[in-house]
Design a protein around this ligand. Structure first.
Ligand SMILES: NC(=O)C1=CN([C@@H]2O[C@H](COP(=O)(O)OP(=O)(O)OC[C@H]3O[C@@H](n4cnc5c(N)ncnc54)[C@H](OP(=O)(O)O)[C@@H]3O)[C@@H](O)[C@H]2O)C=CC1
Ligand SMILES: O=C(CO)COP(=O)(O)O
Length: 327
């Protein structure tokens, strides 16, 4: 298969790891970042700010010039944080041809509007095909070349399969699906439950509470997903159950680590990006407005708001009316 010219937007942990994955899949890769230090470092085989201690191969052309980065691109991976997507795509618009697929790799929902990331892309660049890449994949693992599986979603299943084929390499296995909303929601919502799982750990509530929280979190994830049109089997897959398992059980997850700090009552400002914070607020609002039962999402949003303590959150969840498990 001929090499693609892949442009990666975002010089953080995941942008750098995906640029490496694309390079290893045989593509010609340009990474755009707004920070000149990141650009220089990535070109030299490191990203000490976001991937400390990892040295990788050179070969990624890195630049702070967005127009240059997008010139001649066959495909654009958008790997900036969810809340920055609207502004980043606004900058991208004048420089990208309308046939070029935009592959959204952030995990979140726009906090102010409740808009899914694919809908933001379709609103701003209506001609460009939109896809999403998600699943259980720590940037450090992918950067180190450890075996990882993700899912690529696009409403057109042939497009999703074609992108998955192009992105796959020896240690990156890409599945495909046409359930774009399911993949987006799985990736965005799991971060809320990772914060909750971290809070349970931080507060020292025990392994049994942890397992109960993650299981009931998955019930909520599926309930919310169903209300938004996600297919249940998508949420049983990599971007859903798979990513929930990863991030609810590993201190490597920034969302889980954020939750641990929350559960311990530590200072929360200045921590690394935890997308689940913004997603918890907007998911709580959306579920309330739509009458979707989501007590863990509500509890996380209230905890983050300091409206309740961790003990009150737990008491609230434990004293809900008893019910059949399948309800
Ligand atoms: N890290 C991971 O393991 C994974 C992350 N993801 C998702 O990928 C997304 C990005 O995460 P990640 O790379 O880890 O985050 P990082 O915090 O590591 O990096 C964020 C990057 O985005 C840049 N950035 C932030 N705001 C803007 C903006 N307005 N315009 C341009 N660039 C901006 C930052 O630039 P600067 O340095 O200048 O601030 C930085 O390069 C998130 O949605 C995350 O959930 C998904 C799977 C795995
Ligand atoms: O989404 C991720 C792995 O799949 C990364 O999780 P964190 O953003 O919580 O580190």
């Amino acid at each position: 298969m001929s090499a693609y010219k892949v442009t990666v937007l975002g010089g953080g942990a995941w942008g750098t790891a995906l640029a490496l994955a694309m390079l290893r899949a045989g593509h010609v890769v340009t990474l755009w970042a707004r920070n000149a230090d990141s650009v220089e470092a990535v070109a030299n085989g490191q990203n000490p700010r976001y991937l400390p201690g990892i040295t990788f191969e050179t070969g990624i052309a890195a630049t702070t010039d967005l127009a240059k980065a997008l010139t001649g691109a066959d495909c654009v991976l958008v790997v900036t944080p969810a809340q920055a997507l609207r502004s980043v795509l606004g900058e991208v618009k004048p420089h990208v041809a309308s046939h070029v697929p935009l592959v959204l790799c952030a995990k979140g929902i726009e906090r102010d509007t409740g808009t899914l990331l694919s809908a933001i892309a379709s609103e701003l660049l209506p001609e460009n095909p939109v896809a999403a890449l998600s699943g259980p994949s720590f940037a450090t693992d992918v950067a180190r070349g450890l075996p990882t599986a993700v899912v690529v979603a696009a409403e057109d299943d042939e497009r999703a399969a074609a992108l998955a084929l192009r992105f796959s390499a020896a240690n990156l296995r890409c599945y495909s699906t046409d359930d774009l909303i399911g993949v987006e929601l799985g990736g965005a919502l799991k971060n809320i439950f990772a914060i909750a799982a971290g809070a349970v750990t931080g507060a020292g509530l025990g392994a049994s509470a942890q397992a109960a929280l993650v299981t009931r979190g998955f019930v909520e994830l599926r309930r919310i997903g169903a209300a938004f049109g996600a297919r249940p089997e998508t949420l049983m897959g990599l971007s859903g159950l798979g990513d929930l398992m990863l991030t609810c059980s590993s201190a490597q997850s920034r969302n889980f680590a954020y939750g641990v700090a929350l559960g311990k009552g530590e200072e929360l400002s200045g921590r690394p990006l935890a997308e689940g914070v913004a997603t918890a607020y907007i998911a709580a609002r959306l579920t309330r407005e739509r009458g979707i039962e989501a007590p863990i999402v509500e509890a996380v949003a209230a905890l983050l708001d300091k409206a309740i303590t961790i003990n009150e959150a737990v008491a609230g969840l434990m004293t809900r009316p008893l019910r059949a498990e399948a309800d």
